[in-house]
Design a protein around this ligand. Structure first.
Ligand SMILES: Nc1ncnc2c1ncn2[C@@H]1O[C@H](COP(=O)(O)OP(=O)(O)O)[C@@H](O)[C@H]1O
Ligand SMILES: [Mg+2]
Length: 341
């Protein structure tokens, strides 16, 4: 197990900055979720940690030791990618044991460790199968077993679940978390699925254009995203802009959001209430209900407030008193106003 730290990492491809001054530490034994849109530098950061990418500037440390001069195969890092790239002609056991045979581990020891790794991913009965005889989820578990069988100090997972369909992905998320807890290995998990990152991680980091814009425990980052990008990327957010005054944020329709010092706030769709009669709360706006969308248990309403689209979600039953369109009130609890910089 090990702590990983990167300091001031830069990596440019031509004029493109894949990594732009990234400083971040990944706690020992923790599950760190790395998030960001496509092209934001997630894979480049993992590859720099693994040693496949040489940064233009900055350092990678494992347990406070710089690994600049440590080649990929000596960094003791396990990796799983989106495409699991198993050897098609080898059995599951041989695929898992491959890294051990390369390392000249004795065959008795290999067998023991392969069995243990397959048990861990609950594929003990599948050792003799070939990859084409497995489902997508099972193949991904083989890839996991292969990554951890060499007992690496760090596990890097690059969108390992994105090729799986939704239901299987959710099963695998639970499985992945269990495996990580059991092995206790420092894990860096890349995803572009914010829900997946929030569910699995002890800590998350958000990348944008090669820069780390925000990091911290998922709940903290979700509740206080600080900037509009993080607010919108992590979950959904209604952005409301106005003019800061002494007492708060003055909006175009004259309403005041008290206590706010910045010129923009975000309100999560799940915190917005819609009522026909005027609510007795300070943060209330007159808005036009444009659309009610039935979604099973959870319903969505799209509203228009002064030309700005506002989204509200709630248990569908809570919207049942509303007609499909018309003038309504939207309001939210004072502590649900998120101030943005
Ligand atoms: N080998 C490479 N050659 C040229 N450009 C690259 C290379 N690898 C990554 N990039 C560029 O760096 C940026 C970040 O890429 P990447 O780290 O793969 O992003 P992500 O994994 O977040 O989608 C992108 O603009 C991408 O096009
Ligand atoms: Mg990537």
């Amino acid at each position: 197990m090990a702590e990983v730290r990167v300091e001031h990492l830069d990596k440019a491809y031509g004029a493109d900055k894949a990594l732009d001054d990234v400083t971040l530490s990944f706690p020992d034994g923790g599950f760190f979720g790395l998030l960001g849109p496509s092209g934001s530098g997630k894979t480049t950061l993992l590859r720099a940690i693994a040693g496949f990418v040489i940064p233009d500037r900055g350092q990678v440390f494992v347990d406070d030791q710089p690994v600049e001069n440590v080649p990929v195969e000596k960094r003791e890092i396990g990796m799983v990618f989106q495409s699991y790239a198993l050897f098609p002609n080898m059995t599951v056991a041989d695929n898992v044991g491959f890294g051990l045979s390369v390392r000249k581990v004795s065959s008795a020891e290999q067998r023991k460790r392969v069995d243990a790794a397959l048990d861990l991913v609950q594929l003990g009965d599948f050792a003799k199968r070939k990859p084409h005889q497995l489902s997508g989820g099972q193949r991904q578990r083989v890839a996991m077993a292969r990554a951890i069988v060499t007992q690496p100090r760090v596990l890097l997972l690059d969108e390992p679940l994105s090729a799986l369909d939704k239901a299987l992905r959710v099963d695998m998320q639970i499985e992945l978390k269990r495996i990580q807890r059991e092995v206790g290995i420092t894990t860096i998990f890349v995803t572009h699925d914010q829900e997946e990152a929030l569910t699995l991680s002890d800590q998350i980091g958000v990348l944008k254009d090669g820069q780390l814009v925000r990091h911290g425990p998922p709940r903290e980052v979700y509740n206080d995203p600080r900037d509009a990008f993080t607010a919108k990327f992590l979950g959904d957010a209604n952005l409301i802009a106005g003019t800061p005054e002494e007492n708060g944020l003055r909006l175009v329709d004259g309403a005041l959001i008290a206590g706010v010092k910045q010129s923009m706030v975000a309100v999560r769709p799940e915190n917005i209430r819609i009522t026909v009669s005027e609510p007795n709360t300070p943060n209330r706006l007159r808005a036009e209900l444009r659309q009610r969308i039935f979604g099973g248990a959870i319903g969505t309403c799209i509203l228009d407030w002064q030309g700005t689209a506002i989204k509200a979600v709630a248990r569908d039953i809570e919207f049942s008193e509303l007609s499909d369109t018309g003038l309504v009130w939207i309001s939210w609890p004072t502590d649900c106003t998120i101030e943005l910089q």
